[in-house]
Design a protein around this ligand. Structure first.
Ligand code: ADP
Ligand code: ADP
Length: 225
């Protein structure tokens, strides 16, 4: 089963703006893929279809074989982990541990299983030693890592990151790259940071004017004039 399949996805906003014109793409398990493209290309609109914030006007989206539709949203939102550009949109609890525990606790996970999952997620982003801190005492780069942990703890099929390298200093940028490389999860990252795409993603998609204009090895796409 592929992590993600998008077929003939078209979408127009209520005001009539056609943002997607028949997008087709498949992402296999364990791939790390960059989604590139100019402003207004439809990247945000596409991402909003992956976890059902928007539902297909035309076409379909499948995550791990399950179609995104009103009846599957609960399952889909667990399987698609969205990491927003601003970690402060994702962190709102008194401590890092509480923020990471929030999602699974909401799904009814508790006790030792909850503890195990929280510890595992914090370990994966190198933040286990900061579990008792308030998120707002952490650096921006650390907050972004905690935001990644709040999503990993849900054991998603696919991790979708919006501009993961934005606002990071060189050290934080490197740390996050290492973390993303070490994960055994499918990753789709929306980015304008071509060096980051080159470093982390074997494959890139270029979205332009609401269609996939290119899909292939990042190295060759970015070498194109
Ligand atoms: P990107 O994320 O690549 O910058 P978007 O998905 O935000 O692109 O936008 C794609 C197109 O849809 C653009 O023409 C944009 O102006 C339009 N658009 C985005 N959101 C809305 C909205 N809420 N209502 C109307 N048009 C929108
Ligand atoms: P990004 O650069 O992260 O893709 P955008 O700057 O394209 O984001 O859009 C930021 C927000 O504004 C999004 O929520 C998008 O839906 C909304 N938006 C973009 N274009 C329009 C538009 N023409 N009308 C209404 N909302 C829009």
């Amino acid at each position: 089963v592929n992590s993600l399949e998008v077929r003939e996805l078209a979408y127009a906003y209520p005001d009539g703006t056609q943002a997607l014109f028949g997008v087709d793409l498949t992402i296999g398990r364990g791939e790390r893929v960059a989604l590139l493209g100019p402003n207004g290309a439809g990247k945000t609109t596409l991402v909003m279809h992956l976890n059902g914030i928007l539902t297909a006007g035309h076409g379909l989206v499948r995550v791990a074989g399950t179609e995104v539709r009103p009846g599957t949203l609960k399952e889909i939102r667990q399987r698609v982990g969205l990491v927003f550009q601003d970690p402060d949109d994702q962190l709102f609890m008194p401590t890092v541990r509480d923020d990471v525990a929030f999602g699974p606790a909401n799904m009814g996970v508790k006790g030792e299983e909850l503890e195990r999952r929280v510890k595992n997620a914090l370990d994966r982003v190198g933040m286990a030693d900061r579990a008792d801190r308030p998120p707002h005492h952490l650096s921006f780069g650390q907050r972004r890592r905690v935001a990644v942990a709040t999503v990993l703890v849900m054991e998603p099929e696919i991790l979708v990151l919006d501009e993961p390298s934005s606002n990071l200093d060189p050290a934080a940028r490197r740390e996050l790259a290492e973390i993303l490389r070490s994960l055994d999860v499918t990753v789709l990252m929306v980015t304008h940071d071509l060096p980051y795409a080159l470093e982390l993603c074997e494959r890139s998609l270029i979205l332009s004017g609401g269609v996939i204009a290119a899909d292939g090895p990042t190295r060759s796409l970015l070498a194109d004039p």
